[in-house]
Structures are given as structure tokens and as C-alpha cells.
Design a protein around this ligand. Structure first.
Ligand SMILES: NC(=O)c1ccc[n+]([C@@H]2O[C@H](COP(=O)([O-])OP(=O)(O)OC[C@H]3O[C@@H](n4cnc5c(N)ncnc54)[C@H](OP(=O)(O)O)[C@@H]3O)[C@@H](O)[C@H]2O)c1
Length: 349
């Protein structure tokens, strides 16, 4: 495994981050395809053996059960200061807004619930999961600064935002002397490259780490369409929503990934992640089996040539925004989120 500094922070992270959205109780949330605690433990154990020290979960994943499984596994198999644990908080609900719960209090409540779920006294990276159009930015940044000051989060990151949003947030933080975002978790992979116009150059300029999610387009960059269709491939409506509309044009890129994989005698997963690793600090890769993290870990050692990179990139055409980013606008703030089942996160036992 290779390692890198996470932007302007002191955190050293593996170049592959384990995405933990696929862990948790399948009866308790958005996804029916998540793996139970026993399988979660096996996958995390394998990740640790391979040198993966960076784990990404969220309070939203299966109503907090992902956090619980991940917390228990990391506490059992790793030393706390040898892993980098990231989790995320949600926007305020309509009920909270109605009850007058401020952004600051909301963030305080969310981190306390996540720490309880994880069984930890702090997280290394606390991520603003999606832009909260109904809460003043000052309250969000003040709330985050308070939990950093309280030692509950070492650093803060942001996910699903436009470059102007993080630029505005970090400018406010700078002015007020608050903690600034050190990383961005955006949707970025070979078949969805909308981050390249504004976000990638902005982060390069500011030394902010890119830790993109759905690095394999939820499996679409790991196999040819129709090959070995998995439980997840069949049931993941959220991923279908993100990728089905552009499947035909994306097919040309996926075919090139397969062609290059055969030529280099590696897997499609390795080619897809090796490409992303030329652009970002640490892609967040989901795993539902130990062999998935084994395959992903190998990508850190694959070097693509400049010609191979151009070959993979050439067929791309701009895509409309999909998933959470398609709802990143004031008018959508009160709509049901694409990822949401209405099942509220639960506090830990
Ligand atoms: N911030 C956000 O809003 C947000 C949104 C989405 C995801 N995320 C984060 O990003 C992580 C990853 O996202 P994701 O799961 O959508 O996408 P992903 O990493 O693009 O895809 C993961 C899927 O790819 C397949 N796969 C992985 N490694 C493989 C290998 N070595 N060989 C063959 N197939 C392999 C598996 O599919 P099968 O299970 O079908 O075999 C796996 O479930 C999540 O766990 C979560 O932590 C964040």
C-alpha cells in the first residue's frame, strides 16, 4: 500500500480508502444489498492486513448500523491511532427546523450520535455530507469549529458540493478563525468527470485532498455490462439512477478499460482506480467481499502511461449532474433526498 498526506492536515492516509456504505443492517436503511456484521468484519480485517488505514462511513448508512459495525471491527482489529476514521452528518430535518434546533446544536447532536455508534471519542475527519440549503453557512462552520475545538473531530471535510460552495465556506472559516475543510468527497470516476472543470483545479490550488466516492461507478468500471451480475448490481436503485441514463455512451469507456486490462494483464478494477489515482489523493472504494479490497489495493501499484491515460479519457463527453449533486440547489432542499428512505439515524447502544 502507498500513503499520502490528506491535504493540509497532519493525517497520513492509504491511497485507497475503504468505503463502508455497503456495510450495515439491510433491513435498516436505503440499501437492500448491504452485508451483515460478520462479513463486514472479514472485509475490514482484510483491508487492515493490506495496509488500508482510511475508512469512510456515515450516520446515514443503514441508519447508523454501518458506523456501529465499522466501529466495533476497527476497535477489535486496529489501534485507534493507526486508522483514519471518517464519518458524515446530514442536513437539518424539517422537524428540527420547526423545533428551532440551530445548525450548531444539530451538528453537536449528530457527532455525539456518530461517536456513540462508533464507540470512539473522536473521528479523524468529519464530513459535511451534502449542502444544507436551509441552514446558514455561518452556523454550519461555527458548529463544525466547536466540535473540532472540543476534540470530537480532528479535521473537517465536505462532500457533494460545487467548487464555489467550498470556496465560500473556507473563506468564511478563514475570516472567522474557524477550522477549514481539508478534503472533498465528490462523485468522480472514469465515466463521471464533472469535477474536472472547477473542483480539481481549485483543490490543487488550495492543497485540498480529493477523496472521490463511487470510484468504480458502483461496480460498472470493474466488469463488462452484464458480466457476473451481483446482488448489488440488481438491487442498487441509487446507482442505477446515477448511471443508467448514460449507459450507452459510457459503454465505450468501459470497453477501453477492459481492453487495457487485458493488454496489461490486470483487472478492470486496477485500471479504473490506477487512472483515478493519477488525479486524486485517495479514492473511496466500496467492497462487499474481501476480494474486492484485495483487487482495489493492487491498483496502488499500477502505473499507467500518458498514452494509456489519454486513451481511457478520449471518449468522455460531459454528463448531466446525477445523484445527490442533482439536488444541490435551493429548490430541492425540501424534497426527499435520492438516498433517503425516511429511516432516521439511530443512536448507539
Ligand atoms: N458522499 C456521498 O454522497 C457518497 C455516495 C456514495 C458512496 N459514497 C462512499 O463511497 C464508497 C464507494 O461508493 P460505491 O460503493 O457507490 O462505489 P464503488 O466503489 O464505485 O463500487 C463498489 C462496488 O464495485 C465492485 N467492486 C469493488 N471492488 C471490486 C473488485 N476488486 N473486483 C470486482 N468488483 C469490485 C463491487 O460491486 P458488487 O458488490 O456489485 O460486486 C462493489 O460493491 C461508499 O462505500 C461510501 O463510503 C459516498
Amino acid at each position: 500500500m502507498k500513503y499520502a498526506k490528506l491535504g493540509n492536515s497532519d493525517l497520513t492516509v492509504s491511497r485507497i480508502c475503504m468505503g463502508c456504505m455497503g456495510f450495515g443492517d439491510p433491513a435498516r436503511g436505503q440499501h437492500s444489498w448491504t452485508v451483515d456484521e460478520e462479513h463486514t468484519r472479514e472485509i475490514i480485517k482484510r483491508g487492515l492486513e493490506l495496509g488500508v488505514n482510511f475508512y469512510d462511513t456515515a450516520i446515514a448508512y443503514q441508519s447508523g448500523t454501518s458506523e456501529r459495525y465499522v466501529g466495533r471491527a476497527l476497535r477489535d482489529f486496529a489501534k485507534r491511532d493507526e486508522v483514519v476514521v471518517a464519518t458524515k452528518f446530514l442536513p437539518r430535518t424539517q422537524e428540527e427546523i420547526g423545533q428551532g434546533v440551530t445548525g450548531q446544536r444539530h451538528i453537536g447532536n449528530m457527532i455525539d450520535t456518530s461517536l456513540k455508534n462508533l464507540g470512539m471519542d473522536h473521528v479523524d475527519l468529519y464530513i459535511y455530507h451534502m449542502w444544507d440549503w436551509q441552514t446558514p453557512l455561518y452556523d454550519i462552520m461555527d458548529g463544525l469549529n466547536r466540535i473540532v475545538k472540543a476534540g470530537k473531530a480532528r479535521y473537517i471535510g465536505i462532500s457533494n458540493c460545487f467548487a464555489w460552495q467550498i470556496a465560500k465556506a473556507n473563506a468564511l472559516a478563514e475570516k472567522e478563525g474557524f477550522a477549514k475543510f481539508v478534503s472533498v468527497q465528490g462523485h468522480y470516476n472514469l465515466i463521471f468527470r464533472e469535477e474536472e472543470r472547477e473542483m480539481v483545479p481549485y483543490c490543487e490550488e488550495e492543497n485540498i485532498a480529493l477523496t472521490p466516492y463511487s470510484a468504480l461507478a458502483s461496480g460498472r468500471l470493474s466488469r463488462l455490462p452484464g458480466a457476473n451480475d451481483t446482488k448489488r448490481a440488481e438491487e442498487d436503485a441509487y446507482a442505477k439512477f446515477k448511471y443508467d441514463a448514460t449507459a450507452q455512451q459510457d459503454g465505450a469507456i468501459i470497453a477501453r478499460v477492459a481492453e487495457l486490462a487485458e493488454k496489461r494483464d490486470v483487472t478492470m478494477t486496477e485500471v479504473s482506480l490506477a487512472w483515478l489515482l493519477t488525479k486524486v489523493t485517495s479514492p473511496v472504494v466500496g467492497a462487499t467481499k474481501p476480494r474486492h479490497i484485495e483487487g482495489a489495493a493492487k491498483a496502488a501499484d499500477l502505473e499507467l502511461t500518458a498514452e494509456e491515460i489519454s486513451y481511457l479519457e478520449a471518449p468522455y463527453v460531459p454528463h448531466p449532474l446525477a445523484g445527490v449533486m442533482a439536488q444541490n440547489k435551493p429548490a430541492a432542499a425540501k424534497e426527499k433526498h435520492v438516498w433517503s428512505t425516511g429511516d432516521q439515524p439511530i443512536g448507539g447502544k
